[in-house]
Design a protein around this ligand. Sequence first.
Ligand SMILES: [Zn+2]
Length: 184
Amino acid sequence: MKRKVVRYETHMNLLCDDGPVFTKMPVYAKTSEEKLIERMVRRCMNHLKCKDYELGIKKHHVTEAVSCTKVVNKGWCSVATYGGKDVIQINLAYWQHGKSGWHKEYDAFDKCPVIGGRYTKSLEEDLWMSVSHEVAHHVQHKFGPRCRWLKKTWRKPHGQGFKTIYAILRSKIVNPILDQGTDS
Ligand SMILES: [Zn+2]
């Protein structure tokens, strides 16, 4: 896919023995999928700013989450979608993306009516599921250690801490959007 270059940025590379080497790197225009995913990350993070959740998420954390969001397109790789303290990565080629049918969740809670799998019928609906899941991972790792109610549970990848954050995002944002979709 040919992508539009919006500008060039100069990067300093210190790998050379003779001193820094400067290279010009193209900055590409965002694709519609990237814009959509960034909007989803922003919406999820903005919701979690609510003081009642005691997560300590501020406006600048929302910006940080959006800027650490990476959209990749890696076929033949089933796990390139993940979320961590400093990265939220969504793989457009993930097998569950853009395939209508049951969007499966993690085995242990796939059948849960709140955070479990759902029938989806568009890439956008699949992305709501994946983005909110990865945002929950990002939040557990970045805010868990300092959060009163997450202190004991944030470490386990799909443990209670993760599940509670994900349940907030699913019940308040994602599930209502998916419910609307089924009415039309
Ligand atoms: Zn996960």
